[in-house]
Design a protein around this ligand. Sequence first.
Ligand code: NAD
Ligand code: ZN
Length: 295
Amino acid sequence: MYNYGSQTMPHEGVRLEAEGGRIHEEHWQQAVQWLDEADSLVIAAGAGMGVDSGLPDFRGDEGLWRAYPALREVGLNFVSIASPQSFRDDPELAWGFYGHRLNLYRHTQPHDGFRILRRWADKMEHGAFVYTSNVDGQFQKAGFSEEQIVECHGSLHWLQCMEDCTGRLWKADTWAPSVDARACRLRSALPRCVSCGGLARPNVLMFDDAEWNAERTRRQQQRLEAWLHGVTRPVVVELGAGTAVPAVRWFASLLGAPLIRINLRESRIESGQGVGLPGRALEVLNELDRRRARV
Ligand SMILES: NC(=O)c1ccc[n+]([C@@H]2O[C@H](COP(=O)([O-])OP(=O)(O)OC[C@H]3O[C@@H](n4cnc5c(N)ncnc54)[C@H](O)[C@@H]3O)[C@@H](O)[C@H]2O)c1
Ligand SMILES: [Zn+2]
C-alpha cells in the first residue's frame, strides 16, 4: 500500500536540478528509470499541458489579454472575470469568456503527449490517475477514463445554478453558446438553472467563490484516494502547472513520490523532491518516450 500524504522520499539523496534551461543527461536517465520502475502513473497537469494542443494558458494579465483582447478594453484581469461577481455584473460578458472557452475546448484535439501518457499507463500494473486544475475536459477527450480523473477546479463541461439552489449539476452538452469573440459577449440566450430557472454558471471554481458546488470534485478525490491506497510504486509526472494558483504543484510534491516536473518556464524543483525537465510538454514527453523505447 502506498502511504498517501507521507513525506517519505523513496529517492532521497538524489540531487537533480535543471540549470540554465538545459536538461542534463543524468536527469533524463533518472526520469526514465523512475518511469520504468513504477507500478502506477500519477499525472498532475496545469494549463501548460494544453498549450501544445493550441490552447492558451493565462500567464499574467498579458497572457489573458492576448487571448481575450476585449477584456483589456474593459479593464478586467483573470481574477475579476473569473468570479461569480462578473456573472452578476454582466452575465453576457462572463459567459462570453466561458462560452468561448467551452467552444474552444470542444473543438480542440488533445496533442500526442496525451497518447504517450496513456500508453505508458497501460503498461503499468495500476494504470494512471489524473489530477488537473484544467477545466477543459481534454484528458477525457484523449481517452482517459472519467473514473480516473480529479478536476480539482471543476469542469467547464458541467453547469450549476448561480445560487446552487438544489445542489444539482448537469452536463453542458446540449447547450451550444454562440459568442461574439471580438467583443467577448454571449450572443445566444443565457443558460438557465434546470431547477429554478435562474442564471446558470459553469461548475468551475472561480475566485471569491462561495457558491461553487464541489460535489463532483469531492467524489473524484475519493476515487483517487482509494486508488492511491492500492499502489506501491507511483511516479508523478507534472506538466505545465504554474505557480500563481499552485494547487497542482502542491498536490504533486505532497505525494512524496518521485516527481518529474515538465514545465516550459518554471521547472525548478527542490533537490531531493524530483527532477525538473524544462521544455514543452509534447517535446519532453516525446523525448522520454524515445529514450524509454531504447532500453
Ligand atoms: N485549459 C484550461 O482548462 C485552463 C486554461 C487556463 C487557465 N485555467 C485555470 O486557470 C488557472 C491557471 O493555473 P495554471 O497553473 O494551470 O496555468 P498558468 O497559466 O498559471 O501556468 C501555466 C504553466 O505552464 C507552463 N507552460 C506554458 N506552456 C507550456 C508548454 N507548452 N509545456 C509545458 N509547460 C508549459 C508555464 O511555464 C506555466 O508554469 C487554474 O486555476 C486553471 O483552472 C484552465
Ligand atoms: Zn437554481
